[in-house]
Design a protein around this ligand. Structure first.
Ligand SMILES: [Cu+2]
Length: 522
């Protein structure tokens, strides 16, 4: 059981910029959470912020408990200032996850910490290891996320807003002050690496050492030898590293914070951080000639294979979405996955609409257009075909599922069709994970079975893109959901105390009467 009193503290998390940040129990940073599969994690959250908040367990499927997914105005009304709510997480998965705020992008302001779920049976691991090491990676901005979004959505401001160069945090301190990792010759280490950042990507390497990926996003992979990890916001990997036999030298591990959508600037983008892998105190640090990143092998979404060898599922339906960035009728720029930018429901959480509208819950219209609702029927196998028509890379996260990564490649057109050699497809059987990277001008195909009734978001994990509307909602098996799950009374009461509706369509009304919803930009 954990008691989290969520509130603001003012400090310089990056060692330079003193600013307001969100933490728990008055102490920054938030300690990682360690559990064992089969545990029930009881998280008592008290909200001492002046604004509502929620907690989401990233990567946890919440099978049978979709109301615990912690997305404000999607699966619950947020916890208002001064109130408390208890999340009971039933931990049936093992691997590397994280807990973070999922209302008003509170994760970006520091409400985030790793959640590691250990296994009970080490014979089921893809590789054995002697010790378990956790490395969390974050980007940390001089300004709060609300400030960054205000720059985008204030009349008369230039778009795009001024570039921001965050500092990198490694294990919650400035990457230059990060702690030493001790290696004993001959031992094997599992290193869990989490990009729990706001916007930017991280690369991770230990020159002089082989890395074997055994986990991505809570799913075991067949061991894959790589030179390094390249991770978007929300992604996690575990690598097994064999320590060298000699303690003649110490080594460095390299963590590079970068964004290929932000102008390069020496020392700021990319931002190189190095910390010590220590075999023996005082041993000299082994030097390496620098290698071009292009010459190295990086773990990615397609080259991994699931350890359980689950074959690619046959899709029964394709849903096509395209990420675009457009100026809307209110003169602001939004990012959409479909027609309209997503905005959180203002009147009733989407899940409450699903639970209370009987057979109408099957009709996407009842949710209100701004939810970008997509109804999935129980047992369908969805192939999600996503095209990125923007000039920016994205890190897309699906709640409630680990999807199969089927294929990726450039989006061709009639004048320049994509070359077959540029298409990358799973070999043998695909990897499953919950967050994938999609490059500019590229498509990605993923598949998942609609076997987890609930209301699940699919969104870019870059906080500004999420705030600009790059979100859609899957309403999965609403009939099954209505039969098998019940929203706890305390969640309904928390809504009522704040004046939110607990039943009805997206406007809290009957049928298709959506009057009362604010106008949305077109
Ligand atoms: Cu994005």
């Amino acid at each position: 059981m954990l008691d989290w009193d969520v509130g603001y503290v003012t400090l310089a998390r990056d060692g330079y910029n003193t600013r307001r940040s969100i933490t728990v129990n008055g102490k920054a940073p938030i300690p990682p959470v360690f559990a064992t599969v089969g545990d029930t994690l009881i998280l008592n959250v008290h909200n001492s912020l002046p604004v509502p908040t929620t907690i989401h367990a990233h990567g946890i499927f919440q099978n049978g408990t979709s109301y615990l997914d912690g997305v404000g105005m999607v699966t619950q009304c947020p916890i208002p200032p001064g109130e408390s709510y208890t999340y009971e997480y039933y931990l049936h998965q093992t691997g590397t996850f994280w807990l973070h705020g999922h209302t008003s992008h509170h994760n970006a302001d520091g409400l985030r910490t790793p959640l590691v779920i250990y296994d009970r049976d080490d014979s089921k691991r893809p590789m054995q290891y002697d010790d378990d090491i956790l490395i969390s990676l974050e980007d940390w901005y001089a300004n709060e996320i609300a400030h960054q979004l205000n720059e985008i959505y204030t009349l008369g401001q230039p778009f795009p807003p001024p570039l921001a160069y965050p500092y990198g945090l490694i294990n919650v301190v400035n990457g230059n002050d990060s702690t030493t990792i001790n290696f004993t010759p001959g031992k094997r280490y599992r290193i869990r690496v989490i990009n729990m950042g706001t916007t930017e990507w991280w690369k991770f390497r230990i020159p002089g050492h082989k890395l074997y990926v055994i986990e991505a996003d809570g799913i075991y992979s067949e061991p894959l030898e790589v030179d390094g990890l390249d991770m978007g916001p929300g992604q996690r990997y575990s690598v097994v590293v064999q320590a060298l036999d000699s303690d003649e030298y110490n080594y460095g591990f390299n963590a590079t914070l970068y964004a290929n959508f932000v102008e390069s600037k020496p020392g700021l983008n990319p931002h190189f951080y190095t910390s010590l892998i220590q075999y023996r105190e005082g041993a000299p640090v082994k030097e390496f000639v620098s290698t071009s990143d292009d010459a190295l092998v990086w773990a990615d979404d397609v080259n991994l294979r699931a350890f359980d060898r689950l074959p690619a599922m046959s899709a029964t339906r394709t849903i096509k979405i395209a990420a675009t960035s457009k100026v809307f009728s209110d003169t602001f720029t939004y990012v959409t996955l479909n027609k309209t930018p997503y905005t959180p429901p203002p009147i009733i959480p989407t899940l409450f609409t699903t639970m209370s509208t009987r057979e109408l819950a099957q009709n996407e219209t009842v949710y209100g257009e701004q939810t970008q609702a997509n109804v999935l029927r129980q047992g369908e196998v969805i192939e999600l075909y996503m095209e990125n028509l923007m000039i920016m890379v994205h890190s897309m996260h699906l709640h409630g599922h680990a999807f199969q990564v089927i294929e990726s490649g450039p989006v061709g057109n009639d004048s320049s069709p994509a070359s077959p050699s540029d298409i990358r497809r799973y070999r043998g059987w695909p990897m499953r994970r919950d967050t994938f990277t999609i490059h500019p001008g590229h498509y990605v195909k993923i598949r998942f079975a609609a076997d987890n009734p609930g209301v699940w978001l699919f969104h870019c994990h870059m906080a500004t893109h999420e705030g600009m509307g790059m979100v859609l909602t899957f309403i999965e098996a609403p009939d099954e959901l209505q039969k098998t799950q019940k929203i706890p009374d305390d969640l309904k009461q928390m809504c009522m105390r704040q004046g939110f509706k607990t039943s009805g369509n997206g406007a809290g009304k009957d049928g298709f009467d959506l009057s009362g919803l604010p106008p949305f930009p077109t």
